[in-house]
Design a protein around this ligand. Structure first.
Ligand code: FNR
Length: 364
């Protein structure tokens, strides 16, 4: 799909490390505190063993599925990551075009280099969901939801694992700060200009949610939009069940790519228990450490309806902008298709826990 330099997703990461400025690279790659969870996300995938079935006519494979009723061509979607303009001038518009071309879902970060309107306009294909936090100022939250609706987004993702920003030691060493200060945050320009936010302090207000937020805020967000609500950052059965009670439409098992509370398990290690607990009441997605087609296969087998990728998209952008993101998606798609053939799965529905070794199903 790509070229001899980028054969698998890890190659894009190596390219990015070599070619991005030190501060940008560290901002993207780092995790919170001692980075235990960051490493665990990827390591845990490697511990899972597969049980392939044979002689099942896998001559054609169908990778299509649906999320919240909308068809996507691959069960591999894009997580929101901030400041994509630091990786490549194509920025989020390049990611939008790549995800549209692959007819998959892209979640727009609110802390984006381009405005959500420009990102949605860049490509009409695929499905766009808007990521928001419960910001301290409800006027900002409400306006962002309404703008997302108007721009054609089909879902509101509320990131609930960032009531404060996790501390990134490596960022502190190179930049003395934990978020890049030089980045443009297009979505909030408007609120600075019309006085809803203060131009000098807004960055501290928008980079995380309100620490006083509760489930009542989720009810409130539901009341201000007709769009489905997806909660991103659920890591326990307990919270998953509360999410069901609050009638959200879906949850994403996520630990923010190991950037928030260090010491939580890998997402793949809690996925099965969470997806079993919620059953078919709401859809369950996951992200964190997905880097190969077999990772996708394992996550789907353990109960994810679709997986999302964060850093690999940024590294694809760093490699070749929009083309690089397409390369990343194509490689993962090809790898998943091959893994399905070799494990005896012709369609996404055929992928279930029977292809994962029993001892991997719970609490490894
Ligand atoms: C993120 N993530 C994130 N999540 C979110 O809800 N809103 C955001 O704005 C961001 N921004 C962001 C920036 C950067 C640089 C990274 C690396 C991550 C978390 C992201 O959506 C996702 O959960 C993880 O990146 C998934 O893990 P992998 O695929 O990067 O291992």
């Amino acid at each position: 799909a790509a070229d001899a330099h980028c054969v698998c997703l890890d190659d894009f990461e190596k390219y990015a490390e070599k070619h991005l400025s030190l501060m940008t690279w560290i901002y993207y790659c780092s995790g919170a505190d001692g980075e235990t969870t960051l490493k665990e996300n990827r390591r845990s995938f490697r511990r899972i063993r597969l049980k392939p079935r044979v002689l099942r006519d896998v001559s054609t494979r169908d990778l299509k599925t649906t999320i919240l009723g909308r068809e996507i061509d691959i069960p591999i979607c894009i997580s929101p990551t901030a400041f994509q303009g630091l990786a490549h001038p194509d920025a989020e518009a390049g990611t939008s075009r790549a995800s549209g071309t692959f007819n998959t879902c892209m979640i727009l970060s609110s802390v984006s280099s381009l405005s959500l309107e420009d990102i949605c306009c860049a490509h009409s294909g695929g499905t766009k969901w808007m990521d928001i936090y419960v910001w301290p100022n409800p006027r900002v939250t409400k306006d962002m939801v309404q703008r997302a609706e108007q721009a054609g987004c089909k879902g509101i993702v509320v990131s609930v694992d960032i009531c404060q920003v996790g501390f990134k030691r490596r960022m502190a060493y190179v930049a003395g700060d934990i978020v890049p200060r030089n980045a443009i945050i297009a979505n909030f320009d408007k609120y600075c200009k019309n006085g809803i936010m203060n131009e000098t302090t807004f960055l501290d207000e928008v980079k995380c949610g309100d620490p006083s937020a509760t489930w009542a805020d989720i009810d409130w967000i539901k009341s201000i939009t007709k769009l489905p609500i997806i909660l991103k950052g659920i890591m326990t059965v307990e919270d998953a069940l509360i999410a069901v009670e609050h009638k959200v439409n879906a949850i994403m098992v996520s630990n923010h790519g190991g950037r928030q509370l260090d010491g939580v398990p890998a997402t793949i290690d809690v996925l099965a228990e969470i997806s079993k607990a919620v059953g078919d009441k709401i859809e369950v997605y996951m992200d964190g450490g997905v880097r190969t087609g077999t990772d996708v296969l394992k996550a789907l087998a353990l109960g994810a309806r679709a997986v999302f990728i964060g850093r690999p998209v940024i590294y694809g952008l760093a490699y070749k902008g929009e083309e690089g993101v397409k390369n990343v998606l194509q490689i993962l798609k090809d790898e998943l298709s091959l893994a399905m053939a070799l494990s005896g799965c012709r369609t996404i529905k055929d992928i279930n826990e029977s292809i994962v070794m029993e001892k991997n199903l719970y609490c490894r």
